[in-house]
Design a protein around this ligand. Structure first.
Ligand code: BGC
Length: 761
């Protein structure tokens, strides 16, 4: 016993000596190097393991592992009282290296905002910054240090379910949002108590998976990568994002997770990225199924050599790295580099200074983490209404009058789970305001609201089971057991007794999610049968769409008098939708992605390259690039969105016909609100490089501005362009602005534009 005490004293003295020798915390590099110098191989490998908290692994075991220095961080554990014991365990470990706690805070934490595709439709950087900031504040208050967001994968194939999680098809818009999201999540410094670290994902090109099939391969020319797909990641990293999550797909045959070109040559060397890299869930093991590793050992070796620092949901780094190090197949320096980056991220999150920075003291824990006062409802309503896009409005059927009888029908009219969208994070359906509830509140007793479900989202039980696969009991799709004809009958009766019909239709949230690729973009057949029956009543019909991807709506457009695209609009979605339906808010959203007429047109995006035999709208001709059996072009173009007022653009003028390098050119345009109501619109400026060393897009978004104009008000807008805006990566991957002619197009969508030309010398 005495011996043990003496031994303890000696160890204590040694560690004090070590501590005394430790460089000051302010010196990040020296501090981390010193720490690495003290770590055992096991402790180093432990730091590379990011563990998913799930019922499969008992918490006690996790705490033991943490105390032994064998886990670096966790995700999916999201309250202070859950995370505190884990941090306590880390503080009991030999070197007391703090844990970090991560979570997928994608479009809100407790307050759920519109899905990312909806956020993009706001074209409103202040609104998006508000979402990022509130998400961080709420998540940090629940002890979260890091989020796997923003997801900035360009998506041009809406069959891909994760289209809902990104910001659409456009490189410039997505890059702007990537920047804003990273800055607002990190709040200027990820070490602040109310900031969380942003991990940009999925690096790279995940949105271009073949056929829109999730997890599939990506084959892409370097020029397309550099010009179209890579800039949004770069933008998030330039904004200071702490890390990247590596994509699940392969790129030109090499999985991202083992891709040394992607992770080393591009990310580290060319871009100079210094942060942490995290694999996607179980992705290292998947290298075996990708067919590039024979076994787990080979997979771990490939990943660490490619520069994957942390292994998410790790089984392989923990198991295989000791042997790989012992055999010399993986060098100590390679492991140390990964450890350095993980410790660097922890340092940047402020955790060495205070491991309890976001956990706080037990006595300050919220009594009820689900307390409604913890939500930011006002902001959620404001952002949600900005995200709604008015696609059609014939005979000004909208806004609705708060009078008479309104029939509200459709499987998504009263759907508190669906309205939250794909990543509900810590949101709860009991907090959601559904469309039914929002309309009821807006109407009070001024009008009668009659509700009937009308149909299920989808009748096919096999699909329902598929969509419910990952859902907990509380989030399951529950089908109304009544036969479809009975449901429709009830809805038709409600419609017949009403002055106007509002039908809330579209997709269940799980249909636009990870692992939810579709072969069709149609609204399910049973809902279409409902729409048909409603149309037959002859009553004015308003379709309120809920969906996470562009749908093909050619038929619906014929049936409906008005169509309002609402995505999955979050906790306050129902109030926001009611605000727009009744005209308490004038819609201002614009599509961030093209809506095709039919799935056969995919990929269909506005900024495609010039070709030799282009399809010319209005002039169909043989031997031009077109489909012959249906009208060509999109149903709704990128940038489209109506308002309850009208805006006119006129008098586009350029400050000079000749732009000199290093100087700027001003594009001036008059915008007038010619309608009866105040409203906001988005002025969009596109540029076309008319003739270059290689074919260039027919137009590319380069500037936009959202402006509010009072009824009758006119304003002159000035948008500046410089040489940098004209640059692109040429066939040698040099970023150049080539001399020659450029068209400037300004419009309120990408299709109807005014044009002027200038020359770059
Ligand atoms: C997804 C990631 C996500 C991760 C952790 C994966 O399946 O691809 O986007 O961050 O799970 O939840």
């Amino acid at each position: 016993m005495k011996k043990l005490c003496l031994l303890g004293l000696a160890i204590g003295l040694i560690s004090q000596t070590v501590l005394a020798a430790a460089p000051p915390l302010q010196d990040k590099q020296a501090f981390i190097e010193h720490l690495i110098g003290q770590m055992s191989v096991e402790e180093k490998i432990g730091q590379l393991r990011l563990i998913s908290i799930s019922p499969e692994m008992p918490r006690e075991t996790i705490r033991e592992e943490i105390a032994a220095g064998r886990i670096g961080g966790t995700f999916n554990s999201i309250t202070r009282d859950e995370n505190r014991p884990m941090q306590d365990a880390a503080q009991r470990s030999r070197l007391k290296i703090p844990m970090f706690f991560a979570y997928d805070v994608i479009h809100g934490h407790r307050t759920i905002f519109p899905i990312s595709l909806g956020l993009a439709a706001t074209w409103d950087m202040d609104a998006i910054a508000k979402v990022g900031r509130i998400s961080a504040i709420e998540a940090a208050a629940d002890s979260i240090d890091m989020t796997f967001a923003p997801m900035v994968d360009i998506a041009r194939d809406p069959r891909w379910g994760r289209t809902s999680e990104g910001f659409g098809e456009d490189t410039y818009l997505t890059s702007r949002i990537s920047d804003v999201m990273v800055r607002s999540l990190q709040g200027g410094d990820p070490a602040k108590a109310d900031s969380i670290m942003a991990i940009v994902k999925h690096f790279a090109l995940y949105g271009a998976v073949e056929g829109g099939r999730d997890y599939n391969t990506v084959d892409m020319s370097p020029v397309k990568m550099y010009n179209d797909y890579l800039p949004p990641y770069r933008s998030g990293l330039d904004a200071g994002a702490g890390g990247v999550m590596v994509a699940l797909n392969s790129i030109n045959g090499v999985p991202a997770t083992s891709n040394t070109w992607l992770m080393n040559d591009l990310l580290r060397k060319e871009w100079g990225f210094k942060g942490v890299t995290i694999s996607d869930h179980g992705a290292i093991k998947e290298l075996i199924r990708h067919g590039v590793a024979r076994d787990g050992r080979g997979a771990a070796k490939l990943a660490i050599k490619a520069g994957i620092d942390m292994s998410m949901n790790d089984s392989l780094y923990g198991k295989e790295l000791p042997g790989l190090l012992a055999s010399g197949e993986v060098s100590q320096a390679e492991v140390d580099q990964a450890v350095r980056e993980v410790l660097g991220a922890k340092y940047d999150m402020g955790l060495f200074k205070d491991p309890y920075l976001r956990i706080g003291k037990a006595e300050d824990d919220p009594q009820d983490v689900y307390a409604p006062e913890r939500l930011h409802r006002e902001a959620a309503r404001d952002v949600a209404r900005r995200s709604l896009v008015l696609l059609e409005n014939r005979n000004q059927v909208l806004p609705l009058k708060k009078a008479g009888t309104i029939a509200l029908v459709g499987p998504l009219a009263d759907a508190p789970v669906d309205i939250m969208g794909s990543w509900e994070a810590a949101g709860r359906p009991q907090h959601s305001v559904t469309v039914r509830e929002g309309m009821r509140r807006a109407l009070g007793d001024q009008a009668r609201l009659v509700y009937a479900k009308g149909s299920n989202v989808i009748d096919d039980q096999v699909i329902v089971d598929y969509l419910n696969f990952f859902n907990s009991e509380a989030l399951r799709i529950v089908k109304d057991p009544r036969p479809p004809a009975v449901l429709i009958d009830e809805a038709v009766k409600a419609a017949e007794a009403a002055d106007v019909v509002v039908a809330v239709v579209g997709e269940s949230r799980g249909m636009s999610h990870e692992s939810s690729s579709r072969t069709t973009l149609e609204i399910p057949a049973n809902q279409r049968a409902l729409i048909k029956a409603l149309k037959a009543t002859g009553k004015p019909l308003v379709l309120v769409l809920m969906n996470g991807r562009p749908l093909s709506l050619a038929w619906e457009r014929e049936q409906a008098d008005a169509i309002l695209e609402t995505w999955f609009s979050g906790t306050e979605g129902g109030n926001a939708i009611a605000d727009v339906l009744f005209g308490d808010y004038n819609p201002s959203g614009k599509l961030a992605i093209t809506f095709p007429r039919s799935v056969g047109q995919i990929p269909l995006y506005y900024n495609h390259l010039s070709i030799g035999r282009p399809y010319t709208p209005g002039k169909p001709g043989n031997y031009t690039s077109q489909y012959f059996e249906e009208p060509n072009g999109p149903l709704y173009p990128f940038g489209h969105g109506l308002s309850y007022t009208r805006f006119e653009l006129s008098g586009l003028k350029l400050s000079t016909p000749e732009l000199k390098r290093g100087e700027t050119l001003q594009a001036e345009v008059n915008v007038k609100n010619t309608g009866q109501r105040d409203g906001e619109t988005v002025v969009q400026l596109y540029v076309q490089d008319v003739s270059a060393s290689m074919s260039r897009p027919i137009k590319e978004l380069k500037r936009f501005q959202k402006i509010m104009l009072k009824a009758g008000e006119a304003r002159t807008l000035t948008l500046a362009l410089g040489e940098d805006d004209l640059k692109f990566y040429n066939a040698q991957l040099q970023q150049v602005a080539e001399p020659g002619e450029f068209n400037v197009q300004v419009g309120l969508d990408s299709q109807t534009v005014q044009e002027q030309r200038f020359e770059l010398r």
